[in-house]
Design a protein around this ligand. Structure first.
Ligand code: NI
Length: 254
């Protein structure tokens, strides 16, 4: 069994087909899937699916950096009632300057507050990052006393960044479809990252692996990512499956 540690069945692109997509994932050997939260607008849809598939779909809770604006503090308030509802991580949270830096300071503050929340609730963090390595490392360094654990979702950074982030928190990396892209340096980088620090993910409906690149992604494509990881590491698919499933079960307590 494989585990998809980051997916969004409730996303409007995938939602009309979500039940069929869940069935296809199970058919493909993907037995557990963790749904990353984005913000309050789509949270009801996330929970409706999670409640309908106990033991298969597991919910995270968090405010996505791309959803941070001047109202971010209200959004954080809306997270609090979910504390005892079986969430497996605080995520996806982080920094994303790709679409602009208008709310950069708000993003940083929302991240700090949610890292504190993860420590207080004793949950791992699922970190989204785009064009903001320096600020992320600075905040992780500042918060290192919290003793956080979690993973860097959709990892595409260098081995050095992985190493430095690991000094401030117990972090693994989420390897997704990018590993199958022709020009991605990630395929080389994963050779240096220890297998016990790797979990698999699709980030469906985005970032579909080759040969589906550019199409709608879904958890059923996870075996393509596992196969590429096995190839790059020179190990068997069974070894990838065994290690990444164990890592995901331990990290998220699935
Ligand atoms: Ni995501």
């Amino acid at each position: 069994m494989l585990i998809d540690t980051h997916t969004h069945f409730y996303d409007e692109w995938l939602l009309p087909d979500a039940e069929a997509a869940i069935a296809r994932a199970l058919e493909a050997g993907v037995g557990k899937m963790v749904q990353a939260d984005v913000d309050s607008r789509e949270r009801d849809a996330l929970w409706a699916l999670s409640d309908a598939h106990p033991g298969v779909l597991y919910p995270m809770l968090g405010l996505y950096p791309g959803s941070v604006d001047d109202h971010w503090e209200d959004e954080i308030e809306r997270l609090l009632p979910y504390r005892d509802r079986g969430i497996v991580a605080i995520g996806e949270i982080g920094l994303d300057y790709h679409e602009g830096t208008q709310f950069k300071e708000q993003q940083k503050e929302a991240l700090r507050v949610q890292l504190d929340l993860a420590a207080r609730w004793d949950l791992p963090v699922n970190i989204h990052l785009r064009d903001a390595w320096e600020d992320l490392l600075a905040i992780l360094k500042e918060k290192r006393y919290l003793g956080l654990r979690g993973n860097l979702h959709c990892f595409s950074g260098s081995y050095e960044v992985f190493r430095e982030a690991g000094r401030y928190a117990d972090l693994s990396v989420g390897i997704g479809g990018v590993i199958t892209f022709k020009k991605a340096s990630l395929a080389e980088t994963v050779k240096h990252i220890p297998l016990e620090k790797i979990v698999l993910e699709t980030d469906a409906p985005y970032l579909a692996p080759v040969p589906h690149r550019g199409e709608r992604n879904e958890s059923a494509y996870l075996p393509l990512i596992a196969a590429k990881l096995a190839e790059q590491k020179g190990i068997t698919l069974e070894e990838v499956e065994e290690a990444t499933t164990r890592n995901a079960e331990q990290l998220f307590k699935l």
